[in-house]
Design a protein around this ligand. Structure first.
Ligand code: MN3
Length: 193
């Protein structure tokens, strides 16, 4: 059985950008619902019982895949966040890699923000490293994750409406712009290894 992971911060830690109310819905209701749905599938299919979450994602389709991937994506997203820092930026190796692949940190943010804003409908926008260890911005639809691709996920933003509707209503660009103050670059850099 899979469990809803705890948030890696207090539920008011992301205010005033992401409210405790959003986290109540997004973590306790949406993320929990994916865990509950996944566990219902596991209960009905004993072949899933001893698999890791990543193995379930790699070997399943449709409802099982969608719910398992959403459990994974949300946990990854929470880990990408921390409390507000006005002048928030990556350091060391990650910063030099970003400069190499995007020109500058500002250029990277501009491209990533545009990808997240124009990611049509519900989905996720990722910073990932490809098989040759170059950084790329990749957008996925619905529950899609990068687990069964050659990409290594480094950073993600959830652009489903439920991620921002309470705090930003329909203004996804404002959510995306504010997201930069919340990124946990230590986690992102840790994913490069
Ligand atoms: Mn979500």
């Amino acid at each position: 059985m899979f469990k809803l992971p705890e948030l890696p911060f207090d539920k008011n830690a992301l205010e005033p950008i992401i409210s405790a109310e959003t986290l109540d819905f997004h973590h306790w209701k949406h993320h929990q619902a994916y865990v509950t749905n996944l566990n219902n599938f596991v209960e009905a299919d004993s072949s899933l019982e001893w698999k890791s979450l990543e193995d379930v994602i790699k070997t399943s389709s449709w409802g099982v895949y969608n719910n398992a991937a959403q459990v994974y994506n949300h946990t990854f997203y929470w880990n990408c966040l921390r409390s507000v820092e006005e002048d928030n930026s990556p350091k060391w190796e990650l910063l030099s890699q970003i400069k190499k692949d995007f020109g500058s940190f500002e250029d990277f943010k501009t491209q990533f923000s545009a990808a997240a804003i124009w990611n049509f409908g519900s989905g996720w926008t990722w910073l990932a490293s490809n098989a040759s260890w170059d950084l790329e911005i990749v957008s996925t639809d619905d529950a899609w994750t990068l687990i069964w691709t050659d990409y290594t996920s480094l950073l993600v933003i959830d652009v489903w409406e439920h991620a921002y509707y309470i705090d930003f209503r329909n203004a996804r660009p404002n959510y995306v712009e504010s997201f930069w103050k919340l990124v946990n670059w230590d986690f992102v850099e840790g994913n490069m290894k």
